[in-house]
Design a protein around this ligand. Sequence first.
Ligand SMILES: [Ca+2]
Length: 238
Amino acid sequence: MAAGTARFSDTSISEVTLDGGTVDGTGSIGRLMSLAGGGTVAPGTSVGRLTCTEVAWNVATKFVPELLTPVTPGKTHDQLKVNGPVELGGAALRVVTLAGFTNVTGNAYVIIDNDGTDAVSGTFAGLPQGAVVDIGTAAFTISYAGGTGNDVVLTQVPPLRVLSTTVVRGTGSNAGHYVIGLAGTGIPRATYQLETSPDLIRWTATQTTTASHAGTWTFTDTSRLLTEPRYFLRVGLH
Ligand SMILES: [Ca+2]
């Protein structure tokens, strides 16, 4: 299929070849493979479970799992069930949290239920084993060896939050500068990075810190001159 949406419900098709279109629905299909044009795989009509016998994707393919709480595969979150090999091929993962999603650290979403014991081949783009998927409203770590040992699982971790900022005029060695304090929470023991910018375009990484076991972190920035009219800071995973 080169364009449009193919929706599968209670149908059995031997193979779906993606070349620019979208596959969704809750049915059962055969091999789900991508050509150069790729395409989008979005189980359910909104939330649901799509079943296939093989996944063979590439970098032009997008997988779009929608998530809600509580965690019930195929009912409150999308799942692709694969009764055969899974080759992700560097496909893009685009996680969507639906209205009503709540942040519960430790909640685990089996987004690809891989049958048997054969390992998943490849990864999603930019997401090696254990990487953090941060979508702003929520953060997850990804495992390709989760669930029964060979499933693709997103486990919720605390999202990054800036809880307080303070700005005072420096004294002593900081005279002529502002002393800016930032404090917040995130993933326990994760390394966070502070970046500063005069214009929201050029960003400079200035320091890193490791969050505590409780996930708290702080930064103190003394770079801003009292004469600088504008100054921006941002914090992200290192
Ligand atoms: Ca869906």
